[in-house]
Design a protein around this ligand. Structure first.
Ligand code: BG6
Length: 486
């Protein structure tokens, strides 16, 4: 029987993201015929109780896009099953096997990374890791290099790399894939995509939410491990990688891993200058009074909810081009963007008189809240002014004038693309083991440097862009963070 087994099937990720994604795929007729979806979790709600929970979660998500449809859910519900088990124990795996067999299975581990190895071992011992099975591992895989390697050993024992799908949902976002199309489907960017024309790159992943009741997970991980090790380094890789020879999973991932290998190590001496840690205090966010991180946590904590880093890539293409990365909770807006800041013109012919300021070209790849790629260029202000007047304009490269780039009817959940790819066995948009390993090596050194230098998170007010040091990180080099809409 073909089945997708969701370990942690009643948890936050399953309810908020995975099951709504699967419902949307059902609606679009994209789920394989006969595929069963089995929620596996410890609590014993029974199938009816589980279906009721799924209906609640899916209907509220689908209603946001006006896409709730009882008839679609009636179809979807027929696929659903539920199994209460302890998946880390042999009898848990055996009861799963009795329900779904051992062939044509896709496992999705939406549980704490500390359970990955025991679950994989139990599945393996039960003979449920044959060639026709696949496993999807949610990020972060591990908490550091050592725990990653421990999990990896268990995974390798049971599965071939071609069966393993390390998910990073940022790679499923429409605009991230559009970045690949933009870079490698056009000839005009490549000659400029290097240190001759690019001054620096910024990657911002800003969120307004706090940690709330996710702290049991978050307090152990912090922004460095929750966001930077995976989402942000993956974005960096896609911006910085060399053109792959094709879109084959290994061609793309070979190029990404080279970038990770070229990241300059952040040493103890450098840490204070090139990294910033922050933690939000109490205050106002989006017009509401909000608690500090420590109040949510219920005790003092040294976990960062904000991190900014200057990353340098030591290779020919990027020598001398800093990549500034920042991410945090309780920032002023939900915004994810990559900014490619080009250098100024080598010589300005517009210096005499008051002709308006020359703004350096900038490519902004916006993932959230809007999905768009825009290019800032200079042009002439229309009119018969005695002196030619200049103005900068932002051109959208996503929504073309020929109508072909028209906006999709709704923003898809990134997991839709990735679940579909995993079910079809396409791992191009998944993270290979050597990428994850390399990312952990780099991040571990940052964490170690913080520990050795005793760098504690700086407090920041909710609704601000993190500690002042984050601005200093750029202003020290004569640069500043991009402001939305510029
Ligand atoms: C998750 C992190 O991977 O990504 C969360 O664990 C974060 O802390 C989330 O809130 C952000 O995802 P998105 O798609 O809303 O930017």
């Amino acid at each position: 029987m073909a089945a997708l087994v969701l370990f942690g099937g009643g948890g936050d990720l399953a309810m908020r993201m995975l099951l709504p994604s699967l419902y949307f795929l059902e609606q679009d007729g994209l789920l394989p015929d006969g595929l069963k979806i089995v929620g596996a979790a410890r609590s014993d709600d029974g199938r009816d109780g589980y279906v009721a929970l799924v209906r609640k979660a899916v209907s509220s998500r689908a209603a946001q896009d006006d896409l709730w449809d009882e008839a679609v859910f009636a179809r979807f519900e027929k696929r659903l099953d539920y199994l209460a088990l302890d998946a880390t124990k042999p009898d848990g795996a055996e009861s799963l096997k009795a329900r779904v067999g051992s062939d044509d299975l896709t496992y999705f581990l939406a549980v704490s990374p500390s359970l990955y190895a025991p679950i994989v071992q139990a599945l393996h011992a039960a003979g449920m890791t044959g060639d026709s099975t696949r496993i999807v591992l949610e990020k972060p895989v591990g908490r550091d290099l050592v725990s990653f390697l421990e999990i990896d050993e268990a995974v390798r024992e049971a599965f071939d790399e071609s069966q393993v799908f390390r998910i990073d949902h940022y790679l499923g976002k429409e605009t991230v894939q559009n970045l690949i199309a933009l870079r490698f489907g056009n000839v005009i960017f490549e000659p400029l995509w290097n240190n001759l024309s690019i001054d620096h790159v910024q990657i911002t992943v800003a969120e307004t939410v706090g940690i709330g009741d996710r702290w049991p997970y978050y307090d152990e991980y912090g922004a460095l491990r929750d966001m930077l090790q995976n989402h942000m380094l993956q974005l960096l890789c896609l911006v910085a990688m060399e053109p792959p020879s094709d879109l084959d999973p290994d061609s793309v991932r070979n190029e990404k891993v080279k970038v990770l290998r070229s990241l300059r190590r952040i040493t103890l001496e450098e840490a204070e200058r090139v990294t910033v840690r922050g933690q939000y205090g109490p205050g106002q966010s989006e017009g509401q009074s909000v608690k500090s991180y420590e109040q949510e946590r219920g005790q003092p904590s040294e976990t960062e909810t904000f991190v900014a880093v200057r990353a340098d890539i030591d290779n020919w293409r990027w020598a001398g081009v800093p990549f500034f990365l920042r991410t945090g909770k309780r920032l002023p807006e939900k915004r994810t963007e990559i900014v490619i800041q080009f250098k100024g013109v080598p010589h300005s012919i517009f210096d005499q008189g008051d002709r308006g300021e020359l703004v350096d070209n900038r490519l902004v790849i916006e993932l959230q809240p809007e999905e768009d790629i825009s290019l800032t260029v200079m042009n002439k202000r229309p009119g018969l002014d005695a002196q030619m007047q200049l103005q900068s304009i932002r051109m959208s490269l996503s929504w073309g004038v020929d109508g072909k780039g028209s906006k999709p009817p709704r923003r898809r959940i990134a997991y839709e693309r990735l679940l579909l790819d995993a079910l079809n066995g396409d791992s191009t948009l998944f993270v290979r083991r050597d990428e994850a390993e390399q990312a952990w090596k780099w991040v571990d050194e940052v964490a170690e440097a913080w520990g050795d230098a005793d760098l504690k998170p700086q407090p920041y007010d909710p609704g601000t862009w993190g500690p002042d040091e984050a601005d200093l990180l750029l202003s020290r080099t004569g640069r500043r963070w991009h402001v939305a809409g510029e």
